[in-house]
Design a protein around this ligand. Structure first.
Ligand code: 5GP
Length: 155
């Protein structure tokens, strides 16, 4: 059994504030925060409140079937983002982790068709990622346990 990076709810709270500070210190004020669902939903919510940016959207992408078991390619699921709403806007794309980076790369490519300034923020970056996020809290090469997806589904 491989060693894990365990993120608790309390540490996530601090991490989202620290990550937002990096973005604000850099002078970037997005018009819209875009969450990559589902992993980026909770980070994006925390960041949008911490930044005071009310406009938020989501783009639903599925890639991982299980721990370290992926689909052949990341796929965008319904409902789709309203692309009319993002034309010419400054966007901050938020996800939990850039692992292979393929999800982030796909989403950035999709959004760049509609607007010039697309930046990305993640809690974790793994060394193998194919795209370097603009803002990242920490780097790890371990499998990460996020507080929202570690406990079993309630039935
Ligand atoms: P990527 O496209 O960068 O390989 O990762 C896509 C998604 O897979 C991430 O947004 C995340 O939801 C999930 N994922 C990748 N690595 C990890 C990990 O170490 N732990 C967890 N819990 N999910 C991961």
């Amino acid at each position: 059994e491989q060693e894990r990076e365990v993120l608790t709810w309390a540490t996530f709270g601090d991490a989202s504030r620290d990550l937002t500070e990096k973005i604000v210190d850099d002078g970037f004020v997005p018009d819209i925060v875009i969450a990559i669902a589902r992993g980026g939903l909770i980070p994006a919510g925390a960041i949008s409140y911490a930044m005071g940016v009310k406009a938020a959207g989501t783009l639903n992408v599925e890639f991982y079937a299980d721990i370290e078991e992926t689909l052949p390619d990341p796929v965008v699921l319904e409902p789709l983002l309203d692309t009319d709403a993002i034309v010419g806007k400054k966007l901050l794309v938020v996800d939990d982790v850039a692992d292979s980076g393929r999800t982030l790369a796909l989403v950035i490519d999709l959004l760049k068709v509609h607007t010039a300034d697309v930046r990305s923020a993640v809690i974790y970056t793994k060394p193998r990622t194919i795209v370097q996020p603009d803002y990242s809290w920490r780097e790890t090469d371990k499998w990460i346990n996020f507080p929202w997806s570690t406990l079993p589904v309630i039935t």
